[in-house]
Design a protein around this ligand. Structure first.
Ligand code: NAP
Length: 554
């Protein structure tokens, strides 16, 4: 069956995949511009990552008053966040509120997966194929499919032998009660594992945490938001948002200029203590200007942090196993509530997979090189096939270039993280090589959608139908992202940031880490210059991006 161009399913201006923060804002902007819009969402409702990641303890690490849309003053005035870091249910409620308030749900078909997207050069249209087999055509294709929406393939040896309950944090479909009184294993200690481990420990008969790489887990210091704080922020929202837009991380900055060795050991320690109390992304890892650039400086912060673990965890061997051994901030830090304290509970034990890798599983146990652990339930918190997983799942294809996964066989290549050469009229919201990875992503999403809308408006005003990046423009952006990350310690550590968490994935750093403010200024300058590096109906004002200020913010 197909519903391709008939009066019932006309060609639309914008085809969009995903109804999370990105897709909803894209629908809103399309309507503002008078463009027709057809959105498809595999899940049953709006919310994206916040619809799917419902595991116990799931909450955002970016403060709720910033991790929210800024496009409507009325919206930000009327919505009141209850906690410093909003729990998943509250964020999902907010997204539903936005969908209803702006009447956006009507633009999406839910429970509908896009399984292929083909560029039709003769018609200058995209045609998406849905899981029903139906097709739909549109001028522009927008991937609003999220960076962390495709779970990593399960690569735990022998899991297929296990007969007990298996659940993944990224597709949580049980309740905490289902784990009550059971012997539970959690595999994975990234942000998801760290959030659910303390809560599972409270109900399980015994919890065994299987840790491969110890992470930095700062105390989240979540708390209710007092009404006077909310009122103050609401009264200053426009100026706060503006500050966020030009900040390094998309949250109000706390600029520091001095370096770790500019101060005495005593002063440094005092500063780290205060930063540890403050916590958040501008905590210990941001206390001195050189922490993300200089390994020796970073070592002072890492040493301070490792000391904290030993202050909290009673058993010395467990504390030592929990110590992270990579530069602080080089991969995503975690924020937990009672995380290290959980290892003082009599019903919790830690297994280091560095010491004893898992060799297989049986019907009721996890077998490592050193022994066997009987369990009734396994919780997988093993992460995502970040950025490329969701994009490759769309099977985006353009004649002459094949599928996106063919074009990116040796690594991701984009222009500003928004376009990619050979795939005309295809746009990615908060895609790889954008600041999404290291920012308040809601702000990054708004900026991306606004910039894409600006480019489409410009092309249409000039009478052009086809927008694509030149290979030179794309090469320039890839060089800029690589140059930028190579200034920092991000480049030194394996994680989903580099694609190294997925076997066989080419190693490309997945983000632009020069700061959201600098990125925004780059995007603004490119627009002002008439979009160098972008070809409209095959003609470009300049093939490459040209000279641009690319220093790293913050
Ligand atoms: P993650 O950070 O990639 O962590 C996955 C964990 O599983 C790591 O500890 C990893 O160890 C381990 N692991 C993976 N495969 C394994 C295997 N086969 N055997 C044993 N251990 C294995 O994934 P995540 O925790 O889902 O978080 C991903 C990102 O989502 C975060 O960095 C964050 O950006 C976002 N997130 C945010 C929040 C929040 O805002 N609070 C919450 C959840 C997620 P290795 O490190 O050794 O690979």
């Amino acid at each position: 069956m197909t519903d391709s161009p008939t009066p019932a399913s006309p060609v639309v201006d914008v085809l969009c995949v995903g109804a999370g923060f990105s897709g909803l804002y894209a629908a809103y902007q399309a309507r503002e511009h008078g463009w027709t819009f057809a959105g498809f969402e595999a899940a049953a409702d709006v919310g994206g990552t916040w619809f799917l990641n419902t595991y116990p303890g799931a909450r955002c690490d970016v403060e709720s008053v910033y991790y929210s849309y800024s496009f409507s003053e009325e919206l930000q005035k009327e919505w009141t966040w209850s906690e410093r870091f909003a729990p998943q249910e509250e964020i999902l409620r907010y997204i539903n509120h936005v969908a209803d308030r702006f009447d956006l749900r009507r633009y999406f078909r839910f429970g509908t997966k896009v399984v292929a997207a083909n560029w039709l050069p003769a018609e200058k249209l995209w045609e998406v194929t849905l899981d029903s087999g139906a097709t739909r055509r549109g001028r522009y294709l927008l991937a609003a499919s999220g960076g962390l929406s495709t779970p990593k393939d399960v690569d735990v040896p022998g899991l297929e032998n296990f007969a007990g309950l298996t659940v993944s944090t990224s597709r949580w479909n049980v309740s905490l009660d289902d784990l009550a009184g059971k012997r539970v294993a959690v595999i994975g200690t990234g942000s998801s594992g760290v959030q659910c481990i303390p809560l599972i420990a409270e109900v399980a008969e015994h919890l065994t945490v299987f840790q491969r790489t110890a992470n930095y887990v700062f105390p989240a210091r979540n708390r209710p938001l007092p009404p006077e704080v909310v009122d103050d922020i609401k009264s200053r929202y426009p100026e706060i948002r503006q500050e966020c837009r030009y900040s390094p991380g998309g949250i109000p900055d706390r600029p520091v200029t001095d370096r770790a060795f500019d101060v005495s050991d005593e002063e440094r320690r005092r500063r780290y203590e205060a930063a540890y109390e403050r916590s958040g992304f501008l905590g210990v890892g941001a206390e001195f200007a050189d922490l993300l650039f200089d390994l020796d400086a970073n070592q002072t912060a890492a040493d301070f942090f490792r000391g904290k673990i030993h202050e909290i965890v009673h058993d010395d061997r467990t504390a030592t196993l929990l110590e992270p051994h990579f530069p602080l901030g080089a991969k995503r830090s975690c924020f937990g509530t009672g995380y290290y304290e959980t290892f003082n509970r009599p019903n919790v034990s830690l297994v280091s997979l560095r010491e004893e890798p898992i060799t297989t599983m049986t019907a009721d146990s996890i077998v490592t090189e050193a022994g066997s652990y009987e369990v009734d339930a396994v919780v997988l918190a093993i992460g995502f096939d970040a950025f490329t997983g969701p994009l490759f799942g769309l099977n985006v294809t353009a004649p002459g270039h094949g599928r996106l996964q063919d074009a990116w066989r040796d690594g991701v290549r984009t222009y500003l993280g928004l376009l990619t050469a050979g795939f005309p009229n295809f746009f990615m919201v908060a895609g790889p090589q954008s600041p999404a990875l290291a920012s308040n992503v809601v702000l990054t999403i708004e900026q991306a959608v606004d910039w894409i809308a600006g480019l489409i408006t410009h092309a249409r005003a000039e009478g052009h139908e086809v927008i694509e990046t030149t290979t030179e423009g794309q090469d320039d952006w890839v060089d800029i992202t690589e140059w930028t990350v190579n200034q920092t310690l991000y480049a030194t550590t394996d994680s989903w940031y580099r694609g190294s968490n997925v076997a066989g994935k080419p190693s490309t750093f997945m983000g632009y880490v020069g700061g959201v403010g600098r990125y925004r200024r780059i995007c603004e300058e490119i627009a002002r210059r008439g979009y160098p590096g972008v070809a409209l109906d095959s003609s470009a004002v300049a093939k490459g991006i040209g000279r641009i200020d690319t220093e790293v913010d913050g």
